[in-house]
Write a protein that binds this ligand. Structure first.
Ligand SMILES: Cc1cc2nc3c(=O)[nH]c(=O)nc-3n(C[C@H](O)[C@H](O)[C@H](O)COP(=O)(O)OP(=O)(O)OC[C@H]3O[C@@H](n4cnc5c(N)ncnc54)[C@H](O)[C@@H]3O)c2cc1C
Length: 515
């Protein structure tokens, strides 16, 4: 029987997995699972100022954390999507949004007809949805009276990962019955059948378990180090391999807190800009093949000079992080499951890392076998699902690059069709004649919906020459009606919602009402 779960690693992956398993399987009760987490006192966790997905609201609710406490403790702000600056040509005014809200009723209203019906020159995201307009005004996604986790418009968070791990640690150990061991794992004991029997630690001797979760980040101590699991390298598709990360203060205490993650294209990659409560997390993700570190620091300095208070921070202050895009084709081997950076990592363009942690931990919890006899079948199912999701992530991230007309060698290299995934090539061909639809993404738990592809495609000015046969004769009229509805909703939301900063200040002082 599987009764004892040992998680190695206390970053976002380790603690989220511990929280989900412990809450779902009653670790605080005698009849529940035993969940132990070992974290090293010596190896720091990763944290740069992370963007998340709306799924995190459900995850936090599932494990019993109050939203007020989360916002207060994790320096969190509200995120309503992403804004991409300069990805198409780099000319002034070149930007588009990928908001979380989908166009209205995407199965019944043709988004291209909606776009056509909007006033000339309206960008796609602003024609088919109201959320881009809210981002332009730095609006909050809910009112002060909206209860915890409920939304007026769909939202996620920007957060401070080490503060998040600290909150999760406290919650998991105090309320959910997770046993914490602060120690270094120095050896992994592998049996003849390839399963792990236990872990050797520096000060706590040998730790046994039935199932081990590897959340040791890039080290991948169990799945890679002990079991030799292979990584599928995708750096020929997504070539960025460096990040220069820095924290920038706001100029004043009242400076606007942006409602989206902003990704600004530079000569050999892009800069993320993530607004937290009292500072911004900023960093340049670039390819060392096209840019050396000194030049990258200079470019980052130029960006910081535009957006941060004069003299406050420069590229020279940034921390260099090296990575290679890739993922494990088999993140579950024997009785070891890898979750987090140990499972894989691709550049953080659409913040897909923490959502993959949530999805992996939830799938592990929902399908956790009761008996070791069926581990292999559970592993096959988990691995198939994980591989499908990683493939979709790689394709979707690549889509952001392939339509660029920027002249720099880094951007030109993305035009080489030899480095495009086959499925993306086919879809792009197909989307010349019809917009992305749910028929292209048929998995029940698809990671990016068709609407996300449409936001990127048409944000990058992709042309679809669809046949003029529309589903209804009055489609143009219906589209105009929808455009009017969107415009009215936009006006109402802009006047009814406060600024991001005002909502956060309300939460800090008074909190949100609990349901
Ligand atoms: C530049 C950059 C930007 C990013 N931006 C985003 C973003 O916007 N959105 C997003 O979702 N994700 C983002 N990520 C990814 C995100 O930060 C990680 O997925 C997340 O922090 C989870 O990390 P982790 O828990 O897997 O690993 P880590 O945080 O590295 O944790 C590893 C843990 O393992 C422990 N450990 C290691 N060795 C041992 C040992 N021998 N014994 C015991 N314990 C051990 C460590 O002490 C630590 O607790 C970004 C990553 C990078 C590099």
């Amino acid at each position: 029987m599987i009764k004892d779960i040992v998680i190695v690693g206390g970053g976002t992956a380790g603690w989220l997995t511990a929280g989900i398993l412990a809450a779902d399987h009653r670790a605080a009760h005698d009849d529940g699972l035993r969940v132990t987490l070992v974290e090293s006192p010596n190896v720091p966790i990763l944290g740069v100022g992370e963007g998340t997905w709306p799924s995190l609201r459900d995850t936090l609710r599932r494990i019993g954390i109050s939203e007020t406490e989360f916002v207060r403790r994790c320096h969190a702000s509200f995120k309503q999507g992403s804004r991409f600056n300069g990805w198409r040509t780099g000319a002034p005014g070149d930007f588009y949004f990928h908001p979380f809200e989908a166009p209205p009723n995407p199965d019944h209203v043709d988004p291209l007809a909606l776009w056509r019906a909007a006033p000339d020159g309206t960008p796609f995201a602003e024609a088919v949805n109201f959320q881009a307009a809210l981002c332009l005004e730095a609006k909050a996604p809910k009112q002060v009276v909206t209860p915890e986790y409920a939304a007026v418009v769909n939202y996620a968070y920007h957060l401070d990962a080490p503060a998040f791990a600290a909150l999760l640690r406290e919650h998991c150990t105090a309320k959910l019955g997770v046993r914490l061991i602060t120690d270094d794992v120095i050896d992994v004991l592998v049996e003849d059948d390839g399963c792990v029997a236990g872990l050797e630690t520096s000060n706590n001797g040998r730790l046994a378990g039935d199932l081990f979760v590897d959340c040791t980040g890039g080290k991948a101590l169990l799945i890679g180090g002990a079991l030799g699991g292979a990584v599928r390298d995708v750096s020929h598709i997504l070539g960025n391999d460096r990040a220069l990360a820095v924290q920038a203060p706001y100029a004043t205490q009242n400076e606007v807190i942006a409602s989206q993650t902003t990704g600004t294209a530079l000569s050999a990659g892009w800069v993320w800009d993530i607004a937290l409560q009292a500072r911004r997390g900023i960093g340049y993700v670039y390819s060392s093949r096209f840019c050396d570190e000194d030049r990258a620091r200079e470019e980052l300095s130029e960006y910081l000079a535009r957006v941060a208070p004069a003299g406050a921070v420069a590229g020279g202050d940034a921390r260099l992080i090296k990575f290679q895009s890739g993922y494990r084709e088999a993140p579950w081997v024997g009785n070891v499951v890898a979750i987090g950076m140990s499972q894989g990592f691709v550049e953080p363009l659409e913040a897909s890392a923490i959502v993959m942690i949530e999805l992996s931990a939830i799938m592990l919890s929902d399908t956790l076998p009761a008996d070791r006899a069926v581990l292999d079948a559970a592993a096959r199912r988990f691995n198939k699902r994980a591989a499908y999701r990683w493939e979709r992530i790689v394709e979707f991230l690549k889509l952001h690059y392939v339509l660029s007309e920027r002249p720099e060698p880094f951007w030109q290299a993305h035009q080489d069709r030899n480095c495009w995934p086959e499925r993306l090539k086919e879809l792009l061909q197909q989307w010349r004649y019809e917009p992305p639809s749910r028929e292209d993404f048929t998995d029940a738990l698809e990671i990016f919906p068709a609407a996300s592809y449409a936001y990127v495609l048409y944000g990058m000015n992709f042309q679809t020459q669809r046949r003029s046969v529309l589903r209804r004769r009055d489609a143009a009229l219906a589209a105009r009606r929808h455009v009017d509805e969107i415009t009215a909703r936009k006006r109402k939301l802009i006047s009814g919602l406060s600024k991001n900063r005002e909502l956060i200040e309300h939460i800090m002082t008074r909190g949100l009402s609990r349901v």
